[in-house]
Write a protein that binds this ligand. Structure first.
Ligand code: GDP
Length: 430
């Protein structure tokens, strides 16, 4: 919504009321003074004016209150009556890691939001903690949660969604409501993670105990700014899903960020928050980069290794890492990791525009099951060899990924050709 439009909309109402109050009082005064006027004539004007005023207010009410849609963002989660509310059930039983599970919950909440339903999360028996969601987070709904008698009674008849549905095209998680799209574009460089971030931040609200523990850790780590976060994903991720990236590759970007930051303000100590599932990195980092101060908790990374992963301790560990990464000024990571995508999404809720506060060593931002983002070419391109394809300015391209060497790989939608193209010739298209 355009704030100027909203202001004008409210002003039209106020001013039409002011005009009417003025006319009404002045004309009545004329009648009461009984000056040489035609009283009947004035009364007719008043009746006419009163009717016209009502008509203006009615017409005004049909002008849409654009902000209403923003204010209602979460209203479906707390219906007054659980026995009649439209509900949507999601089970937290997906056999994947924390990032992947939280994105599943995000997707469920988005579908519930888009279909005007209350999402009920069934979390008992969660692989990270059998006790369920509330062990670390605040309940998604204060009124209609999984333990509410009305919810238990209706459970058998409620619509459910499993993660496999992500691929059925039922609802694209990266599709923004039209009304928000244009507005977000005004202030944000990448509206989709911004949009996802609003849901993720709401979902991952820590409960009281976790909140206290995060505050204590903030003090213990002496977490302060400026600070860059790195998330180095190792162990099982390297078996088939992602490539190995050395600590040096991350640190090149950390150094670059501090070099630029230092031109603006003197920096006494270069601080790096280290999140990883490989505990050996803490020693490696301290030995190789003695001029940097690495903060974080090696015990978190011990509990994050695949062999000890699905425990309450590791759950609290990964939440801690996501929390502190999201609070950093800049993150260097592999966006192929759901942990980093979560941190990046939450980061969008902490600044007006944090779209460029991440450097990925591999993938561009994506959401599991989301349609590939469309990019638009801003220059013509003539293929230089058979690996490339040609296009004209204004063409649409599916960007499969940036190779971080000046070139990206993608598909030219009009011709169906796939291949490489210079990254600078296309830009994200919202
Ligand atoms: P992905 O496999 O990296 O895409 O992310 P997932 O969250 O889906 O699964 C990886 C799991 O490994 C997480 O849920 C954590 O339990 C653990 N893990 C991976 N990287 C980190 C990290 O940087 N910090 C912590 N604490 N845990 C991690």
């Amino acid at each position: 919504p355009d704030p100027k439009y909203e202001d004008a909309r409210r002003e039209t109402r106020r001013l039409s009321q002011e005009m009417w109050m003025y006319m009404d009082s002045q004309l009545k005064r004329l009648i009461s003074q009984n000056v040489e006027t035609d009283t009947k004539y004035i009364k007719d004007i008043l009746a006419f004016g009163s009717h016209l005023h009502t008509a203006i207010l009615l017409a005004h009410d049909t002008l849409e209150d654009e902000f209403e849609k923003w204010r209602n963002l979460r209203s479906n989660e707390n219906p007054l009556n659980c026995s009649t509310a439209d509900m949507f059930v999601c089970k937290l039983d997906t056999a994947c890691g924390f990032g992947c599970q939280m994105h599943h919950v995000t997707y469920c909440l988005m579908v519930a939001y888009a279909t005007n339903r209350t999402m009920v999360l069934v979390s008992k028996g969660w692989r990270y903690s059998k006790a369920g969601w509330d062990i670390v987070f605040r309940p998604l709904s204060k009124t209609c949660h999984e333990n509410h008698p009305d919810v238990i009674k209706r459970m058998g008849n409620l619509t459910r969604l499993q993660i496999v549905d992500l691929n059925t095209g039922y609802h694209n998680p990266l599709a923004l409501p039209d009304v928000l799209q244009t507005c977000i574009q005004h202030f944000h460089g990448h509206p989709r993670p911004w949009w996802v971030g609003q849901f993720v931040r709401y979902i991952l609200r820590p409960n009281h105990n976790l909140e206290e523990s995060l505050k204590n850790k903030e003090k213990r780590f002496t977490f302060d700014h400026p600070i860059v976060g790195i998330q180095v994903r190792r162990t099982d991720k390297l078996h088939s899903e992602a490539s190995f990236h050395s600590l040096q590759e991350y640190m090149i970007h950390v150094k670059r960020w501090f070099d630029v930051a230092e031109t603006k303000t003197p920096i006494v100590q270069r601080k790096v928050y280290l999140a990883t599932d490989d505990p050996s990195l803490f020693t490696e980092a301290e030995h190789t980069y003695p001029t940097y101060s690495f903060i974080g908790d090696v015990n978190i990374s011990i509990s994050a290794q695949l062999s000890s992963r699905y425990t309450l301790e590791s759950l609290k560990g990964v939440i801690t890492d996501v929390h502190f990464l999201s609070m950093c000024d800049y993150i260097v990571c592999t966006l192929s990791s759901g942990v980093c995508r979560l941190a990046y999404e939450i980061m969008q809720t902490r600044h007006a525009d944090a779209s460029s506060r991440v450097k990925s060593l591999d993938d561009l931002y994506y959401f599991i099951g989301g349609a590939p983002e469309k990019w638009i070419s801003i220059y013509n391109h003539e293929a230089q060899n058979e690996d490339e394809f040609s296009f004209n300015a204004g063409d649409t391209i599916h960007n499969y990924g940036n190779h971080w060497d000046g070139y990206s790989k993608g598909k030219h939608l009009r011709s169906g050709n796939e291949g490489l193209f210079p990254s600078y010739k296309v830009k994200n298209f919202f």
